[in-house]
Design a protein around this ligand. Sequence first.
Ligand SMILES: *Cc1c(COP(=O)(O)O)cnc(C)c1O
Length: 474
Amino acid sequence: MRYISTRGAAPAAAFADILLEGLAPDGGLYVPEQYPSAAGKLDTWRSILDAQGYAALAASVLSLFAPDIEAGELEGVCSRAYNASVFATPEIVPVTRLADGRYLAHLSDGPSAAFKDLAMQFLGQMFEAELSRRGQSLNILGATSGDTGSSAEYAMLGRSHIRVFMLTPEGRMTPFQQAQMYSIDDPAIVNIAVDGVFDDCQDLVKAVSEDLDFKAKYSIGAVNSINWARVAAQVVYYIACWLRVSSSADEPVSFCVPTGNFGNILAGHVARQMGVPIKHLILATNENNVLDEFFHTGIYRVRPASGVFATSSPSMDISKASNFERFVFDLFGGDAERVRHLFGELLPSQGFFDISSTPEFKSIPERFGFLSGSSTHADRLAAIRQVWASDKVMIDPHTADAVTLARRFVLPEPCVVMETALPVKFQATMEEAIHLDPPRPARFAGIEEKPKHYRLIGKDVGELKGIIREVVGD
Ligand SMILES: *Cc1c(COP(=O)(O)O)cnc(C)c1O
């Protein structure tokens, strides 16, 4: 299994080589040369999940994407990432049934209470294993306005050879999200509040990453959503969920996914390309409907930062979808030249591209099973209220976007709604919808009252580099 770039001008590489990489050197994203096939494996995976559990299934699926990682090592990584001391249940991703017959896949029972833990826990363990093997260390630098930062910090906490420097816009996260990060007391986890907005944080990360000497000297890396290992780890839960709602090898199941950067749903697409019997992938966006617009019109139009609405499902408030290029690569049958033209030329120069008249665009529903739609704040409140009334289950506002969309499409096959966060993270919206405080898992008891560990800096790359130098040492 080799990995190539969606823009076709980077050398092919193995899984271990791209594990610690972000963009390919030609500006594209890494994708497998060919997707591994699930043909003939579904029954085996069913027995593995039933008899040995989620971690063993993960090791089996991921070995297809990472044949260069020794099998025993991959098994160790997966069993340390996916167990009942890290996730709230031994199933890791339990699936429950709602009164309306749809299913809810609980992807948010990990340490940070968001689905990102499922990928990030794997990444933390895999990074540690690979860095030990190479005798290297890594300083992860990132910016976050929500769930990525806490998920990364919980996953990297205690991993040897790894430090995290995470930038947040001062005072702009929910008190709970801020407490999740700032309550961590460990010298390898460095929270940095920036006197500015999220874009300022991102600009600082970019400025450091573009200083190649500094980047090399201080072993700066990233864990953003374009990392292929994150996508691969997410493929596992689509397969686990399919196994949990089907009973035979050819039973179709559809999934409905709250979508921002197209990371979660891309994993569903990969599972479908592998031959897992997934019928439809319903893409749910909020008012920031960049992707819904594309699937309806064939026009992909990125928004300026000022054109992004601040909504009550904030983790989906995006101006562009960083993983989308991987889908377009598949849409055009791996034609890297065409992808380079669309993403490397048209998008930077005119801010959009239009493929509405191509036969490929028209083939999407039939070939790839995508359906899409967007919802509003009022839809989210209504969905939270309805599921509470019918099931006594509290869903968070992101999951509510997906429930809204799942109900808009009446499908003959079972439909699994991906739950991406616990409601405890979004107290104000839950109050507004059902006038109740969401339940708080014991691990988050009193975190807002714990001492806060962070440093405050201005929008100054010199200051940021100074902190990195001081912590890492020359
Ligand atoms: C990150 C996130 C999303 C969006 O996921 P993508 O992979 O970016 O599409 C949705 N919901 C929650 C709660 C998230 O944290």
